[in-house]
Design a protein around this ligand. Structure first.
Ligand code: GLN
Length: 546
């Protein structure tokens, strides 16, 4: 079989959390900047069909693609780095592989045969890996294998990679193995043994790594690289160090300095030129040299875990760089906010974002927070559940509908200002059944959002079952909360604003998923700008003057 698309497989050894996703995204960036059309795919070795049903504590944020796939948060990094949308095909789990093999079995597609891990599961994995390549849209597909070599769950993936390398032929499929070179402070030494062992484990499965990327806290001396090359059967220039960086946005340059792109292209028999990452570097420059600072409160119930709101945090980094402002995020647990302490917790903030979420825990704290920022003119951005809380707060405290609520929290509320969407009423399965993916939204002329987006129609990504109840629209609008974004087909309210407030916007969709380095999201950019204005107006000081 000859292949026109080239494949790069990224495996991990020694431990998880070495940053495979960031290495894959950084390499992809460098290849893209040399004119190659690149995409990245993540294979996740767990049995959930997708991460949509996983708690953020288990798995961090669930990222949503344009086509409505609920995916691993690494896909967010891929989009933020490459500025190219991903799709359902970019994230495949063991659950999905088995589901499709079992469905084929039930349809009789293997009639007469015993269905086995090899070849049926491995064939399905190979098929999924090549789907993106066969689309004709990409010169290079980078496939990141989740987990660590040697895990029971990873075995079918590693076997599929072994077979694919053979099928694809020389120079068409290479393996980058990411490992850890720990520093033992008692011995004062960097240790290569864990890397040697993990390369050996890979070899036992029939895979020789072509490139080693070694995560380390200290520079790897030349002798140590030579030793690794010798013991692991790779060339010396194919031993790349991945040193801890102060920001993930430094990693493409760190990889460029180490020549990762060059080694990879050479092994794939592709031409390499100096990548043009001027735009990227401008962003990094602005990100690292802010002229002032704002503090934004992130109010949610998963704030202990950074990964739960990954895309929101990254969108603030993009928007901060755009405004040349450092955005300091103050995470505030919504469960611990109440009427008595809300002033103490929020009064010093320059802006408040109320986060997405599900279920009842922590929602009264969110409502108290919205009330405070609304009454004190602090810029507010509510995302999904955050927008719904803003509607509930306004209904209760301005319209005087005392028991206003979402039917998600109180099924029998007398005033269901947020209610289950019509299309959701017959849904019983939990997995993959929310309103998902990108939907059009028409912006009302002369609204804040129309000014911000500078267009009449936008497309943003959704992930929810509940919605603004249209029966309350007239009442809310008369009282000053205006629906400024509507779905053109259904009339669903996707955006609310309070024009009398300096900056108060709630969106039913998730703008954070679409913010990239090359395209910082306009709503986040405007929100950070509003926070800066608020700071200047209320305190009359900027960091430069401090
Ligand atoms: N729980 C709410 C709903 O399903 C909000 C979801 C979210 O914030 N993503 O409508």
């Amino acid at each position: 079989m000859t292949s026109t698309t080239k494949y790069i497989f990224v495996t991990g050894g020694v431990t998880s959390s070495l940053g495979k996703g960031i290495i894959a995204a950084s390499l992809a960036k460098l290849l893209q900047a040399q004119g190659y059309r690149v995409t990245i795919q993540k294979l996740d070795p767990y049995i959930n069909v997708d991460p949509g049903t996983l708690n953020p504590y288990e798995h961090g944020e669930c990222y949503v693609t344009e086509d409505g796939a609920e995916t691993d948060l690494d896909l967010g990094h891929y989009e933020r780095f490459l500025n190219v949308p991903t799709s359902q095909a970019n994230n495949v789990t063991t659950g999905r592989i088995y589901q499709s093999v079992i469905q084929k079995e039930r349809r009789g597609e293997f009639l007469g045969k015993t269905v086995q891990v090899v070849p049926h599961i491995t064939d399905e994995i190979k098929h999924r890996v090549q789907l993106l390549g066969k689309s004709g849209n990409y010169d290079i597909v980078i496939t990141e294998i989740g987990g660590t070599v040697g895990d029971i769950e990873s075995l079918p993936y590693i076997e599929a990679v072994r077979q694919l390398r053979w099928d694809l032929g020389a120079n068409n499929g290479i393996v980058i193995h990411l490992t850890l070179v720990p520093f033992l402070s008692a011995a004062g030494e960097l240790k290569t043994k864990p890397t040697q062992h993990s390369v050996k484990t890979l070899m036992e499965s029939g895979i020789q790594a072509d490139v080693l990327v070694c995560r380390t806290e200290h520079n790897l001396p030349k002798e140590l690289r030579r030793k690794l090359a010798l013991f692991c059967n790779v060339t010396e220039e194919a031993v790349i160090q991945s040193i801890d960086a102060s920001t993930i946005y430094d990693v493409p340059n760190l990889m460029l300095e180490q020549g990762l792109d060059k080694v990879v292209l050479e092994k794939l028999a592709l031409k390499s030129i100096t990548p043009d990452i001027t735009g990227w570097n401008k962003f990094v420059e602005r990100h690292k040299n802010p002229k002032s600072e704002v503090t934004i409160g992130l109010i949610g119930k998963y704030v202990e875990l950074q990964d739960s709101y990954k895309s929101i945090l990254e969108a603030f980094i993009h928007a901060g760089a755009e405004n040349e402002v450092k955005v300091k995020i103050e995470s505030i647990h919504s469960e611990y906010i109440n009427n008595d302490n809300v002033k103490l917790k929020l009064e010093h903030l320059d802006g408040v974002l109320v986060a997405p979420g599900f279920g009842e825990r922590g929602i009264e704290g969110k409502i108290d927070a919205v009330k405070y920022v609304r009454e004190h003119n602090i810029p507010f951005l509510g995302i999904c559940l955050g927008m719904q809380m803003a509607v509930i707060e306004y209904s209760r405290n301005v319209l005087g509908l005392k028991n206003a609520n979402s039917t998600e929290m109180d099924a029998n509320t007398a005033n269901p200002v947020i209610d289950l969407m019509e299309a959701q009423k017959s849904v019983t399965d939990k997995g993959g059944t929310m309103r998902l993916g990108a939907w059009a939204c028409e912006l009302k002329k002369k609204s804040a959002v129309h000014d911000i987006y500078k267009t009449d129609t936008i497309k943003e990504r959704h992930r929810h079952r509940y919605e603004f109840n249209g029966n309350y629209k007239a009442q809310l609008e008369n009282a000053g909360m205006i629906a400024t974004g509507l779905n053109p087909d259904t009339g669903l309210v996707e955006i609310i604003e309070i024009p009398a407030h300096p900056w108060f916007v709630g969106v039913q969709y998730h703008p954070e998923y679409k913010s990239t380095v090359a395209n910082p999201h306009p709503l986040f950019v405007a929100f950070v700008k509003a926070a800066l204005d608020h700071k200047k107006n209320s305190k009359g000081v900027s960091m430069a003057q401090n």
